[in-house]
Write a protein that binds this ligand. Structure first.
Ligand code: 13P
Ligand code: SF4
Length: 361
């Protein structure tokens, strides 16, 4: 700095202010890393107060972000609900772009920032609004449900949104409302296959994939079972159905977290993105985590450094065209207005083992 002071020095003051956090994350962050991270965490938290901003952090953020600067943390559904409730002037989305767009759609009067505009998602990139218009022409009598992992333009063309936490509930609700026995569920083929096994409603699906979860396969689970016979295996429903079939539990990231916190397994495997286990492990010291994880390159674009710059320079603002936002809002709000589950929904593992076909577009 021009006056010679170091903006991010690990001073005694910073050390004292961040001590409770250090105690939480110390098994997952080295003391050397902490000396770099703690000053930034303190600076970000001060800037947040100054600018009346909140940080919504997804479960896939690294522990120093998730525990250090996240005001609201959780799965996609939880973050969307928090965005809708927030009275902050600025929302910083520590997650990927479709999440920031969802926040902007729900809060058009707030400034929504994302620390790196390149934080995309293979699912959101797999389908366009034009694709959905063609699907509507092909299936005019069927409701279209889209996973929240889609762009605002796609959400503007659909009837209702869902997340992995409420997909079965949404599909059943919309089928009943329309008086039909079939629903289009976009764009994740694997989520669609896993949902199809949970409900009598027939599913038509797109062939989008999450690049993180599609890499797990049945052999991975068999090998884990052989190597760790006592471990409980929890998988995300974006994984292939054969993976879910062989697991002990399936649910959203919040449902996995809830499972570990309430059932306190001795040993657990989370079949999902890498940071998830680190974040839960910080709060579940009695559980041992086996970590065969995959990194999401998009989530990992978000760092303490770019969160600080994002708050300091008000960048990068996420904007959604007003007409698109108004139409997308209907689909997201319909989902938010559904009664929240008493605890994060879990997939029925007996049903998860019954093969049910989906119609692929
Ligand atoms: P949930 O947090 O809703 O389970 O979604 C996982 C995911 O892949 C988000 O990008
Ligand atoms: Fe998209 Fe998968 Fe990354 Fe989530 S984990 S942001 S679904 S690519």
């Amino acid at each position: 700095m021009a006056d010679g002071t170091q903006p991010f020095a690990f001073t005694a003051e910073v050390e004292a202010a961040t001590l409770p956090l250090w105690e939480k994350v110390h098994k997952h962050v080295t003391p050397m890393e902490w000396r770099m991270q703690a000053p930034l965490i303190a600076a970000i938290n001060a800037l947040k107060r100054q600018k009346h901003a909140v940080i919504l952090a997804h479960n896939y953020m690294t522990p120093e972000i998730f525990h250090g600067v996240g005001d609201y943390v959780g799965d996609s559904l939880g973050l969307a609900r928090e965005a809708a409730r927030s009275d902050a002037r600025i929302i910083v989305q520590a997650g990927v772009k479709f999440m920031a767009e969802t926040s902007k759609v729900l809060c058009p009067d707030k400034t929504v920032l994302i620390p790196d505009l390149r934080a995309g998602c293979s699912l959101a990139a797999s389908i366009t609004a034009a694709d959905v218009r063609l699907i509507r022409r092909r299936y005019p009598d069927l409701p279209i449900v889209a996973y929240v992992n889609t762009t605002a333009e796609v959400k503007a063309e659909i009837d209702i949104c869902c997340t992995s936490a409420n997909a079965v509930q949404v599909v059943e609700q919309i089928a009943a409302e329309w008086g039909v026995d079939k629903v289009v569920l976009l764009p994740d083929e694997f989520l669609a296959r896993n949902v199809a096994r949970q409900t009598a409603v027939k599913i038509v699906s797109w062939q989008g994939r999450c690049e993180v979860h599609e890499r797990f396969d049945a052999d991975d689970i068999r090998e884990l079972r052989a190597a760790y016979p006592n471990a409980e295996i929890l998988a995300h429903p974006e994984c292939p159905a054969e993976v879910i079939e062989l697991s002990d539990f399936a649910g959203s990231t919040a449902a996995m977290q809830n499972y570990v916190m309430t059932r306190k397994p001795k040993q657990v495997v989370l079949i999902t993105e890498c940071s998830m286990a680190d974040n839960v492990a910080c709060e579940a010291p009695e559980t041992e985590f086996v970590r065969p994880c995959n990194l999401c390159p998009h989530m990992k674009r978000i760092t303490l450094e770019n969160i600080y710059d994002c708050l300091l320079y008000d960048r990068y603002e996420v904007l959604v065209d007003e007409d698109v936002a108004a139409r997308a809002r209907l689909a997201v709000q319909r989902m938010i207005d559904l009664p929240p589950p008493l605890k994060p929904a879990r997939y029925d593992m007996v049903k998860a083992r019954h093969h049910v076909d989906v119609e692929l577009i």
